[in-house]
Design a protein around this ligand. Sequence first.
Ligand code: GLN
Length: 492
Amino acid sequence: MSDLTALTIAEALEGLKAREYTAEELTEEHIKSIEASRALNAFVLETPDQAVDDAKASDARRARGEVGALEGIPLGVKDLFCTKDVRTTACSHILENFVPPYESFVTRKLRAAGACFLGKTNLDEFAMGSSNETSYFGPVRNPWGQVVDDAGLVPGGSSGGSASAVAAGLCLGAIGTDTGGSIRQPAAFCGIVGMKPTYGRCSRWGIVAFASSLDQAGPMTRTVKDAAIMLGAMVGFDENDSTSAQNVVPDFQACLGQDIKGLRIGIPKEYRVEGMDQEIEALWTKGAGLLEEQGAEVIEISLPKTKYALPTYYIIAPAEASSNLARYDGMRFGLRVDGENLEETYMKTRAEGFGAEVRRRVLIGTYVLSAGYYDAYYLKAQKVRRIISEEFASAFDQVDAVLTPTAPTPAFSRGERTDDLISMYLNDVFTVPASLAGLPAISIPAGLSSHGLPLGLQLITRAFDESTLFRVAGALEEAAGWSPHPLKYQGS
Ligand code: GLN
C-alpha cells in the first residue's frame, strides 16, 4: 500500500471508492503520522479512539452504499470549533478545561458528510496572532523549518496547527478560521492551500468568537480541488447565526478545470508595499504572467485606501474582541480564580486566564469603544471599512479577480517578531483588506524562496463568487506546478 498520508482528499475518495483501502486504514495511518510528528506541536488534543470509531462507522456506511462528500476522510479541527464532549480551548488558559455541550455547525456538517476527526489543532490564543506563538499550549513548528535547518520557523497564524498538520501529512485536510488572514497566511507559510469564503457562507455558530463581523471558517488543504470539496461540505444556511447567508450554494468543483480565457485579473498597485521581499514581488509578477499565458487579461487597478486597512482592522477587531471576551468572567464556565469579592474574582480570573496578546487586544478594544474615543476611533474605522468595501466593489466592475501576494515575507523564525508587534501585525497587510470587505479569498502555494521556503499568492473575487475564485486558483495552481505532497517532519 502506498503512503496513505501523501494522498490528496480527491485521491483518497477515489481509493476508498475503489476499495483499495478502508477508512479505518486511512485513519490509522494518519494517527501514526501524528504520533511520529508530535515535535511539531500541531495538535493540542488527539482523539484517535473517536477517529477510529468514526472511520469504522464510515466503512459500514460505505458498505451500505451511503457515501457522503467526505466519506472516510481524516481531518484536523482548529481548536476554536466547539466539538460536543471533546475539549475545546481556543488555546487559552481560561478555557483550558472547557468541554462544550454542543457541536459547531461546521463540524456537524463535516461529520454528516462522513469526515473523521483526528483531533484539535493548535492556534494562537483566541486566534489572535500571525505566528502561532501566543498559544497557551506552546508554539507550533513549521515542517519547512527543517529545509533551512531551523526547526524554529513559525507556521504562521493563527491557524498554525492546522497548516502545519496538513503540510506534514498528519491529516488530509483541516479547518481553520480567518479573521484577518489566519487561514491564508499560515497556508502560504506552510506551502498549502487556504481558503476564506465570503463572510456569511459558513455559519459561525459554535466557533469561539474573536471578532464576529470578520470571523469566517474555511478549508486548509493540499490542493485547490480539495478546498472546493471541503468547502462544499461546510457551507449552508444556519438559522442559529443571524449573519448566515441564504445565497444559493453552487457546485464549487464544477468550475475547476475550466479555462480562464477572457477573465480579467486586477493587480492593485497599492499592494506594492514598503518592506515587501523582492522574491515575493517577483513571484507576484510571475503569477500574473502565468494567468496571462492562459488567456486572462491582466489589468493594473487601484485600491487607494489599502493603506488604511491594517489600522482599521486593528481598531475593529480588538473592539469586537473586547466585547466578545467579556463573557469570560469565571462565573459560568472556564477558569475561575477566587478573590476577596466579586470584582477581585473577575480581575484575578481574567488576569490569569488571558495571555499577554489577548489582554493587549482587550485593552485596545475597550479604549476605542470608550466614551470620548468611540467617535474618533471605532466609528471612524467603521466608515473607513465601508470605503474599503466600496473600493473593492468598483474594482470588480473592471475585473473578475484580484491577484496579490498572500504575505510580504516567507515564514520567519520563532521569536523574531514577538518584541516588535508592528512588524508582526504588518504581516497581515495583504490579507486584512478582503476580510474587512467580507470577500472570498484564497492563498495557493506558487513557488519557493531562495532559502527553499514556500511562498503564496492570493486571489480575491466578488462576494459569493467562490466559483470564479476556485476557477482562477485552479488554473494558477496548475500553471505554477506545485507538488501537493506533504513534507514529512524528521526533527524531534
Ligand atoms: N493575525 C491577525 C490578528 O492577529 C489575524 C488573525 C486571524 O485572522 N484570526 O488579528
